[in-house]
Design a protein. Structure first.
Length: 271
């Protein structure tokens, strides 16, 4: 699933390339993925101009000239693609916004878990986003991070990925940050020392910044709006590297499951 760096890369590109275009039509062959319905979404945004694109956690938000907002979650395999109208259809293309200038914004999704949802106005959007916790590189700071960890006995990796606690972090960047900080992903969050918490906070910010620098990780399905892969997967320290030597040269990377998710760590380095 795309995480903060991937979704932010998409947001930046959308902000640069689709703002100012007018929506001419909306089509879908997967009605469950456009909410509350295709007819309602068309009525709200056809004829409207795209004004800005924002993001919170893993949720993209497209704002229109009449105040309507479309929020988008890519889930596991969703892709937003900015195409010329004459370009061949994309694989698993399920929602298409026809734009002025013979352009299209396409939503392709192999698993069909992702969605477009119409939000009436910014007041409703603000209410919806309340459920997300503070976000690294934004409103998450060290004192807040320390408080979040100190109030839970769940495994630290679960806390890092809990969107109500900390927003935007998923499996890839949680694994990488924990390795960088030298913390075992199974440890209870409230058993991590103050010094370790500070190192983990710094490591989390560092891996997310690296993800942004490399335009995301295309380990699985993620592509940017032009259909290009990110390159952070070429710099993974532990994620997906089970059985391979630890980057610190002290053991082999092990894979276990925590909360149903594949978890990669070095038993020698991460205590």
């Amino acid at each position: 699933m795309p995480e903060l760096p991937e979704v932010e890369t998409i947001r930046k590109d959308l902000e640069k390339f689709i703002v100012g275009y007018k929506v001419l039509d909306v089509e879908t062959n997967s009605s469950k993925q456009i909410q509350p319905s295709l007819a309602i979404v068309k009525k709200a945004i056809v004829g409207m101009t795209i004004k800005k694109v924002q993001r919170r956690a893993k949720i993209l938000q497209i704002f229109f000239s009449n105040g309507s907002i479309i929020i988008i979650h890519l889930k596991l395999t969703g892709r937003l693609l900015f195409r010329n109208k004459k370009d061949p259809a994309d694989l698993y293309q399920h929602i298409t916004l026809s734009l002025s200038g013979d352009k299209e914004l396409r939503f392709a999704d192999a698993r069909k878990f992702g969605w477009f949802k119409l939000i009436k106005d910014e007041k409703d959007l603000k209410e919806l986003l309340k459920k997300f916790g503070p976000e690294p590189l934004s409103d998450l700071n060290l004192p807040i991070f320390q408080k979040i960890l100190s109030t839970s006995s769940r495994p630290i990796k679960i806390i890092l990925m809990d969107q109500e606690k900390i927003s935007g972090v998923g499996n890839i960047y949680a694994n990488e940050a924990l390795f960088m900080a030298g913390i075992n992903p199974q440890r209870p969050a409230n058993k991590i020392t103050k010094k370790e918490t500070e190192k983990l906070y710094q490591s989390l910010e560092k891996v997310l910044q690296l993800g942004l620098r490399y335009r995301g990780a295309s380990d699985n399905d993620y592509l940017d709006i032009f259909g290009h892969k990110g390159s952070y997967q070429e710099h993974f320290l532990v994620y997906g590297r089970q059985g391979k030597p630890c980057p610190n040269g002290v053991g082999l990377i092990k894979r276990i499951k925590i909360g149903g998710r594949g978890t990669f760590y070095c038993p020698q380095c991460q205590k």
